[in-house]
Write a protein that binds this ligand. Sequence first.
Ligand SMILES: *Cc1c(COP(=O)(O)O)cnc(C)c1O
Length: 406
Amino acid sequence: MSQQKGHDGKPDSNGFYGEYGGSFVPEPLRARLDELAAAFEDAIADESFKRELGYLNAHYAGRPSPVFHCKNLDTKLGGAQIWLKREDLNHLGAHKINNTLGQCLLARRMGKTRVVAETGAGQHGVAAAASAALLGLECTVYMGELDMARQHLNVIRMQMLGARVVCAKSGQKTLKEAVDEAIAAWVADDSIFYVLGSAVGPHPYPYMVRYFQSIIGREAREQMLAELSRLPDICMACVGGGSNAIGIFAGFMDDPQVRLIGVEPGGRGNGYGQHAASLCLGEPGILHGFNSYMIKNESGEAGEVYSISAGLDYPSVGPEHAKLKDCGRAEYVRVTDEEALKAFFELSRHEGILPALESSHALAQAIKMAPAMARDKVILVNLSGRGDKDVQQVADLVSSGKIKKA
Ligand SMILES: *Cc1c(COP(=O)(O)O)cnc(C)c1O
């Protein structure tokens, strides 16, 4: 794999990306995070760690995931070519496994015997449970009560993989509360490793998650060069916490001709509580130990968020994205529930691929932009996951008349 110059996504020595990121945690937690940061640096300098991760990525997760040209969509839409990076084809159907294998390997290397994880849609919880099972670690997953209902099959999957699923019943009963409870469990017991599911949290998590997810961008860059002898003009990905987006962006960060576009969940509109577009509609603030753009309520705390996809409704976002937004290297836009659903049906009908509702947001943006672009332009969309987990929800929305089929 070609090594990119510069931009290795490494924050400054205090864990900051410009003014974002950092580590705003109480003292006992700081020692745990310092231990983690040192162990991570040590691991990624060790060829045997990288070899083992590389082996698991290839033989367990099924990497490299291919890139695919959506020729039928091209014919229908006209304009730019749309290519997908098929993270939906990984083991368990999403990009999450890239990160959980890395973190669970690190946990084992640090001598930890137990891991905790938070989960929203359940995708990270399932990936953490599987990785823990593979590597002989005990696993507890915290999940909001509302998400447990929305993604019931993933609860069963986690349990079958040997994990204990704990219901987070406070507040909005979604991802934020699950993170609160996972952190509390982690702080209380230093035999526990916290497997964090996105490029968020206090340092070194955003950096570590980016490291494990950047395999998406490294592969995609090489694959596009091999297929087209050129780079894409635009690279886009949906942004919840921002891990699949930073993972694919990492491959093109040093190619200024490649526009990077992050797509946030615009939900039902711009009103408070109707979306989870932290970068587009939020303001800087600290949540879960790091500074970034966040959605606030009237008293300045984490505000209410909403998205059709359980994997995107988090009131903050990875700090490197905040920096990329401010410096202009990446652009951030939002797509509504309705547009995402339309894209879900477009890809299903025309390419025979059921995309995750999360990924459908990125796809919707590509579908919006492609027709106005020239035929020789190329949009690369990170298809972060498959939509099998979402078919019941989509079917219910259709049968309740809340949405029309495309
Ligand atoms: C979890 C998830 C996301 C959102 O998480 P990011 O950290 O923003 O990538 C997006 N797509 C899928 C399929 C997911 O499972």
